[in-house]
Design a binder for this molecule. Structure first.
Ligand SMILES: [Zn+2]
Length: 202
């Protein structure tokens, strides 16, 4: 198997409560699965080994998902595994529309390989997500947000969580549901991951 191996996590399952637009037209779990599958397929077409971490439609617990990532890390070495978790942001609890919008990515607070991966994803976002708001934390050199999210904190490989626009913002939801938006989000991930591999592994 060609290394590194890319694991695309699509958080949440069919029965996850909330995680939808206020009008119910958008479900994070279904969207993230479609996007993850398309990212994996396109990476494969470009000669990159990539898998979906959660193929099930049901909710697979964070503990179980971390267990799957760590099994890959043990088998192939943590430097040879790259995790990207695909999510959508929300400003509220899903009961009302809000004004916050845009794309962002998160890593854990420490400066690690994950930050390098995030920088490539931000560069790709600037290119692929044209005319959309990109939420930058500090600047070009330190664009990603930092949070001790469970899947990032408990996995030992390079890991980034992308928050792909807001599911409680009207304009973002229209974009997320459009083929243009889906294709752009997929392209952003594929390009960012491929540039990261080119610069860090080849
Ligand atoms: Zn989520």
């Amino acid at each position: 198997m060609k290394l590194p191996i890319i694991l695309i996590d699509n958080g949440h399952g069919r029965e996850t409560p909330g995680k939808r637009s206020p009008d119910g037209s958008f479900r994070e779990w279904a969207w993230a699965r479609e996007i993850a599958a398309r990212i994996v397929e396109q990476l494969g077409e470009r000669g990159v080994t990539a898998f979906q971490l959660v193929k099930e439609e049901t909710d697979v617990s964070l503990t179980a998902r971390v267990g799957r990532v760590e099994a890959y890390c043990r088998e192939y070495g943590k430097r040879n595994i790259i995790l990207v978790s695909v999510h959508c942001n929300a400003a509220g609890d899903g009961s009302a529309w809000h004004s916050a919008q845009g794309w962002s990515a998160y890593t854990t607070p420490a400066e690690t390989a994950s930050d390098e991966l995030a920088r490539y994803l931000y560069e790709a976002a600037e290119e692929s997500l044209k005319d959309r708001k990109i939420r930058v934390y500090k600047n070009k050199n330190n664009p990603d947000w930092e949070a001790n999210l469970y899947i990032l904190r408990k996995t030992s490989c390079a890991a980034v969580l992308t928050e792909n626009f807001f599911m409680d913002n009207h304009d973002d939801v229209a974009y997320l549901r459009s083929e243009e938006g889906k294709a752009a989000v997929v392209a952003c991930h594929v390009q960012g991951i491929i540039e990261y591999i080119k610069n860090e592994y080849e």
